[in-house]
Design a protein around this ligand. Structure first.
Ligand SMILES: *[C@@H]1O[C@H](CO)[C@@H](O)[C@H](O)[C@H]1NC(C)=O
Ligand SMILES: *[C@@H]1O[C@H](CO)[C@@H](O)[C@H](O)[C@H]1NC(C)=O
Ligand SMILES: *[C@@H]1O[C@H](CO)[C@@H](O)[C@H](O)[C@H]1NC(C)=O
Ligand SMILES: *[C@@H]1O[C@H](CO)[C@@H](O)[C@H](O)[C@H]1NC(C)=O
Ligand SMILES: *[C@@H]1O[C@H](CO)[C@@H](O)[C@H](O)[C@H]1NC(C)=O
Ligand SMILES: *[C@@H]1O[C@H](CO)[C@@H](O)[C@H](O)[C@H]1NC(C)=O
Ligand SMILES: *[C@@H]1O[C@H](CO)[C@@H](O)[C@H](O)[C@H]1NC(C)=O
Ligand SMILES: *[C@@H]1O[C@H](CO)[C@@H](O)[C@H](O)[C@H]1NC(C)=O
Ligand SMILES: *[C@@H]1O[C@H](CO)[C@@H](O)[C@H](O)[C@H]1NC(C)=O
Ligand SMILES: *[C@@H]1O[C@H](CO)[C@@H](O)[C@H](O)[C@H]1NC(C)=O
Ligand SMILES: *[C@@H]1O[C@H](CO)[C@@H](O)[C@H](O)[C@H]1NC(C)=O
Ligand SMILES: *[C@@H]1O[C@H](CO)[C@@H](O)[C@H](O)[C@H]1NC(C)=O
Ligand SMILES: [Cu+2]
Length: 592
């Protein structure tokens, strides 16, 4: 089969139906070539020569042993299992600098864990800026005990995403740059549905299907709807919900929705399924971009596939109203509250960065998990994890509130590794900061998920129990913002981790191969855990009085001067024939 060396070793457990298996994957990660939007052939990251990557399908209780060999040659990699709690296996979470060392070219790394959840998930590289180059795909976990098992005829997995033509390393270099002082994110070229366009899904009249929708994008949220076919939301981010009728849903990067859709009884028509990128996120709207992607429910392959009609109004279902089937009640009052104020600003190099409480995330020299394991009792003091990791130490069993106040005018989808959380408050746009003394009544049974977005200059409050010892990064799932530092690290029950975690030898080998220190504080100091000299820090702030506006003016006068010079050189050198590389719009021109 396409997957190459994938074999299953089944063994019976003590129930008549459920068969727990071990999935052995032998993955060779390499560059392959693809052209998903039909506009441009480019290198993408494949597994065993295949792209799109295989959708994985696990059953509750299965074991996974994924042996990942990095044959990219020029980039390190990793695999993150998005939404997995990794309870007791935080070192299998796949986040370089946090729970492991990066897997350098030529190295092998084994992910080994047990699946203890059901629903719709995805897997992707967590190495800096890498997954939008293709190393991302959906993953499904089922159980015969799922609340909707047997209540539909068939299921389909459909990913949504966006697509760039330039490779991420080049885009990132232009994004975090003095030439882009406003931090305008590269605008993608196309929206994709299931890594293509014009997707067709053959359906039969009268049947009910479960559609598992996953947004595996780096940036764009999408509005999704099926013409003349109402949807019933039954799952968000691995949490089964009471059925909720929706005509349209809004899916941010990293979010998942399962919807039940019942087909019409009699029709010879086909119906458009639309994904429409939320253009509020883009600073400019180049006319050449494919903002919408269309697929079809095909009842009759002979009939035409109609273009969707224009929707003037985007009025998606408000996920705050969802109610988990398990009925988990609002957790009690918090033992500890983490308050994070989000800002975007320029640092001394003129580039734009993202901050929580004035700190932009920078990876430590020692991956945080190894600091937690090697600093003894000091692991309970957040200082040892370094200034720019913005670490918060959580006590085992505590109830945590995380308050996020967005002082930025953009929307941001936030993901917490290792947990899902109750979303207990979420404001509208422009509500300002959360006021703990004056808030709306929290829902009795709050919606739970692992990725939720904050509205422009608004806030949200999420609540969870610290019942999963490990190192969990909380970050914006817009890859541009993550790479600009929009993250903090939660160090949950570090002393407990010291008692239970054993790091396999191949994980240490990846550190040696990538020349990453494996012990001591964030700076690699094993003698004095409170001496952080030499730790990785962000670039220093701008001199007082210099603003982004000032940088824009400066940059433009420079560009004008350089262009003048370049045209002189150009005329001097003609004739020249070079092939023109494709470039993404980086919109330096936008200023607020
Ligand atoms: C991985 O794939 C590349 C390209 O096909 C091949 O050259 C290499 O031998 C493979 N490596 C392994 C370990 O399978
Ligand atoms: C989808 O169909 C449109 C219209 O026929 C075509 O222009 C486009 O190239 C197709 N996309 C792909 C990826 O085949
Ligand atoms: C996953 O496996 C289950 C159980 O075998 C099956 O019912 C389901 O259709 C599969 N889903 C996908 C998306 O392959
Ligand atoms: C590595 O090579 C690929 C394929 O040629 C390219 O797309 C990518 O940008 C390169 N990565 C870096 C960091 O240069
Ligand atoms: C597995 O999931 C069940 C049900 O959610 C939970 O009670 C149990 O603690 C979990 N076990 C582990 C090791 O995560
Ligand atoms: C996977 O982990 C289990 C339990 O920790 C261990 O017994 C087993 O040897 C590991 N397998 C591999 C291939 O690393
Ligand atoms: C979406 O793509 C994946 C991977 O190629 C495939 O397994 C799945 O069946 C596709 N979904 C549909 C609805 O065609
Ligand atoms: C299709 O027919 C069934 C059985 O006659 C009926 O219960 C159902 O409401 C019909 N569905 C639609 C969408 O008309
Ligand atoms: C994309 O779809 C939306 C909703 O129907 C529509 O308003 C918009 O004009 C479309 N954009 C383009 C470029 O076709
Ligand atoms: C952590 O260590 C720092 C530096 O020694 C000290 O100032 C601080 O009080 C300690 N914090 C706690 C909670 O012990
Ligand atoms: C409490 O919040 C509401 C709604 O945001 C606001 O109208 C009201 O003035 C606030 N009351 C106080 C005492 O701050
Ligand atoms: C992790 O496992 C422990 C028991 O081993 C359980 O108490 C806890 O609820 C689990 N946490 C999560 C998030 O599954
Ligand atoms: Cu963001």
């Amino acid at each position: 089969m396409m997957l190459g060396l994938h074999w299953l070793v089944g063994f019976l457990v003590y129930t008549p139906i459920v068969i727990a298996v071990t999935h052995h994957y032998d993955w060779n990660v390499t560059w392959v070539s693809a052209n998903p939007d039909g506009m441009y052939e480019r290198p993408v990251i494949g597994i065993n020569g295949q792209w799109p990557l295989p959708v994985l399908n696990f059953t509750l209780g299965d074991k996974v042993i994924a042996k990942v060999y990095n044959a990219l040659g020029n980039e390190s990699t990793s695999i993150h299992w998005h939404g997995f709690f990794q309870n007791g296996t935080t070192h299998m979470d796949g986040a370089p600098g946090i729970t492991q060392c990066e897997i350098p070219p030529g190295s092998t790394f084994v992910y080994n864990f047990t699946v203890n959840q059901t629903g719709t998930y995805w897997y992707h590289s967590h190495a800096k800026g890498q997954y939008p180059d293709g190393l991302r795909q959906a993953l499904v976990i089922t159980s015969p005990k799922d609340p909707y098992a047997g209540r539909y005829d068939e299921e389909f997995v459909i990913t949504l995403s966006e697509w760039y033509h330039d490779p991420m390393p080049a885009l990132l270099k232009r994004f975090i740059s003095v030439l882009n002082p406003t931090g305008a994110e590269p605008v993608p070229k196309s929206a994709l549905m299931n890594d293509t366009q014009n997707l067709t899904v053959s359906v039969e009249p009268g049947k009910t299907y479960l559609f598992r929708l996953v947004n595996i994008a780096a940036f764009a949220s999408q509005y999704f709807w099926i013409e003349d076919h109402p949807m019933k939301i039954v799952e968000v981010d691995g949490v089964w919900t009471e059925p909720a009728e929706a005509d349209m849903i809004y899916i941010t990067a990293a979010q998942r929705y399962s919807v039940l859709v019942t087909m019409k009884n009699n029709t010879s028509k086909n119906y458009a399924m639309v994904g429409s990128m939320d253009t509020d996120l883009f600073d400019t709207l180049p006319p050449t971009v494919n903002y919408n992607v269309t697929g079809w429910l095909v009842y009759n392959s002979e009939s035409e596939k109609p273009s969707p009609s224009d929707t003037a109004l985007f009025n998606p279902y408000d996920d705050f109203n969802l109610v988990p089937v398990d009925g988990e009640k609002l957790l009690g009052d918090p033992d500890y509250t983490v308050t994070l104020d989000l800002t975007m600003d320029n640092l001394g190099d003129g580039a734009n960065y993202a901050f929580f409480n004035g700190i932009t995330y920078v990876m430590p020299k020692v991956p945080t998990v190894y600091t937690a394991l090697s600093t003894g009792a000091d692991a309970a003091n957040s200082t040892v994890y370094g200034y720019n990791t913005n670490a918060f130490v959580l006590k085992k069993g505590d109830i945590i509130d995380l308050v996020l106040n967005n002082d930025d005018t953009g929307k941001h989808p936030f993901y917490l590794h290792g947990h899902n959380y109750q979303v207990i408050a979420r404001s509208d746009e422009d509500a300002g900061h959360y006021d703990p003394q004056n808030h709306t009544t929290f829902p009795a049974v709050p919606m739970r998920r692992d990725t939720v977005y904050v509205k422009p200059t608004g806030y949200f409050v999420i609540r969870f129990r610290a019942d999963n010892p490990g190192i969990w990064i909380f970050h914006c799932h817009i890859e541009w913002h993550m790479d600009a530092g929009l993250a903090v690290v939660l160090v949950e029950a570090p002393l407990e981790m010291q008692k239970t975690l054993a790091i396999p030898q191949d994980h240490w080998d990846a550190c040696d191969a990538s020349h990453t220190p494996k012990e001591g504080n964030a700076a690699g100091n094993t003698r004095d855990h409170y001496d952080l000299s030499g730790e990785n820090k962000s670039v220093p702030p701008l001199p007082a009085g210099v603003t982004a506006r000032g940088i824009v003016a400066l940059v433009f006068s420079c560009i004008a001067a350089c262009l003048g010079l370049a045209s002189i050189v150009w005329y001097g050198m003609a004739p020249i024939t070079t092939s023109q590389p494709s470039t993404e719009e980086t919109n330096e021109t936008n200023s607020n």
